[in-house]
Design a protein around this ligand. Structure first.
Ligand SMILES: CC(C)=CCC/C(C)=C/CC/C(C)=C/COP(=O)(O)OP(=O)(O)O
Length: 338
C-alpha cells in the first residue's frame, strides 16, 4: 500500500505473541473462577487443554488483545497498566464467547484445528460456557468501561442475526453484507481499540477514532476470512476445505460474485441457489466465484478498508511508535493465511 510506512509482518506476529503472553495470567485466573464443568469446556475452547483436561496448547491468534494493547500504547508509554490488561482480557473473553455460540448456530464441527466445543461436550455445555464467558468479561473489565462491552454485545448479536437472516433471504446485496460484517466482526475490533485507548486515558474523541480504525479493520478481516474460507489451505485455517460453499453460505466474495451482471455470475446463481448441497459442484463453484470477480473484489475491498482504517488512526493523533504497530497489525490482517 503506497504512502504508508508499515513494519514487516514479523513484528506484527511478535505483537500477537506478546499480547497472548501478557494477558494469559489474567485470562487463566479469570477462567479459574469457574466451577470444574464450565472451566473444562472454556479452557478446551480457548486452547489450553484437551477434552480430558490434559495440557494441549493451541488457540487463537490474540489479534483483538494485541489491538487493545497497541491502542493503549498509542496514548501512554511505559509499563502496561493493569486496567489495560483487564480490558484486553475481557475483549478476548467476548471473542471466545462469540466463537463458541457461532459454532453451535452454524453447526461448524471444527474450530482452531480441533473438534468444536459443542462436538466435544454437547450444545448445552457449549452454550453455557459461552454465556459464562460474557459474565466473566463484565466482571473483569474496569467498571467505567462496561458500557463499551454492553454496546459491543448488542452489535455482535444484531450482526449475527442479520447474517443468519441473509442465509435464507431471496436476495442480499453487497452493501447489506458489508454493514453486517461491520457489526458481526468490526464491532468487537472497534471495541478492542476503543477500550485500549480509554483504559490508557485517551480522550473520548481520540478513543472514538481508534474505534473506527478497529471497525474498518474488522470488515477487512471478515473479507479476508471469507476469502480464506473458500481458497485458504485447511491445514493453515483449521477449517475444512470449502466448508462455506458446501453450506452455501452467502459470504462476501460469493455475494459480490452473485451480484455480477455477467453470464458467469448468472451461471453461479443457478448452481449456488438451486443445486443446494451438491458436493461435486463445490470446486467448480469456487472457480466460478473467482471468475465472476468475487475474489478480486473482496481483496480490493479489504485493502480499501485498511486504508480507511489508517485514516481514522491518523485522526486519533497517536504516539508514532504505536502507529507503526497498529499499521503492522492491520497489514497482517490482509496478508494472513490463517
Ligand atoms: C453473537 C454471535 C454468536 C456472534 C458471532 C460473531 C462472529 C463469530 C463473527 C466472526 C468473526 C470471525 C471471523 C472470527 C474469527 O476470528 P479469529 O480468526 O481472530 O479467531 P482466532 O481467535 O481463532 O484466531
Amino acid at each position: 500500500m503506497a504512502g504508508h510506512v508499515v513494519r514487516p509482518a514479523t513484528d506484527a506476529v511478535r505483537l500477537l505473541v506478546d499480547a497472548r503472553t501478557l494477558i494469559e495470567p489474567v485470562h487463566r485466573a479469570t477462567i479459574d473462577e469457574l466451577g470444574p464443568a464450565l472451566r473444562r469446556v472454556a479452557g478446551y475452547h480457548i486452547g489450553w487443554w484437551d477434552v480430558d483436561g490434559r495440557p494441549s496448547p493451541s488457540g487463537g491468534k490474540a489479534l483483538r488483545p494485541a489491538l487493545t494493547l497497541a491502542c493503549a500504547r498509542a496514548f501512554a508509554d511505559g509499563p502496561v497498566p493493569p486496567d489495560v490488561i483487564a480490558a484486553a482480557t475481557a475483549v478476548e473473553l467476548i471473542h471466545d464467547f462469540s466463537l463458541l455460540h457461532d459454532d453451535v448456530m452454524d453447526g461448524d464441527e471444527t474450530r482452531r484445528h480441533r473438534p468444536s466445543a459443542w462436538v466435544a461436550f454437547g450444545t448445552t455445555a457449549a452454550i453455557l460456557a459461552g454465556d459464562v464467558l460474557v459474565g466473566l468479561a463484565l466482571r473483569r473489565v474496569p467498571p467505567s468501561l462496561t458500557g463499551v462491552l454492553a454496546d459491543v454485545l448488542v452489535d455482535l448479536c444484531e450482526g449475527q442475526s442479520a447474517d443468519v437472516a441473509a442465509e435464507t433471504a431471496t436476495s442480499v446485496d453487497v452493501e447489506q453484507c458489508l454493514a453486517t460484517a461491520a457489526r458481526k466482526t468490526g464491532a468487537l475490533m472497534g471495541a478492542a481499540c476503543r477500550l485500549g485507548a480509554l483504559a490508557a486515558g485517551a480522550d473520548p474523541a481520540a478513543a472514538d477514532h481508534c474505534r473506527w480504525f478497529g471497525v474498518h479493520l474488522g470488515v477487512a478481516f471478515q473479507l479476508v476470512d471469507d476469502v480464506l474460507g473458500i481458497w485458504g489451505d485447511p491445514a493453515r485455517t483449521g477449517k475444512p476445505a470449502h466448508s462455506d460453499i458446501r453450506a452455501r453460505r452467502r459470504t462476501l466474495p460469493v455475494v459480490a460474485a452473485l451480484a455480477a451482471d455477467s453470464p458467469v455470475g448468472r451461471r453461479l446463481g443457478r448452481i449456488y441457489l438451486e443445486d443446494r448441497g451438491e458436493d461435486e459442484n463445490v470446486p467448480r463453484i469456487a472457480e466460478l466465484v473467482a471468475e465472476a470477480g468475487g475474489r478480486a473484489w473482496a481483496e480490493a475491498e479489504a485493502d480499501r478498508r485498511v486504508r480507511l482504517a489508517f485514516g481514522c488512526l491518523d485522526r486519533a493523533d497517536p504516539r508514532p511508535d504505536a502507529v507503526l504497530d497498529l499499521r503492522g497489525l492491520a497489514r497482517l490482517v490482509t496478508s494472513r493465511d490463517r
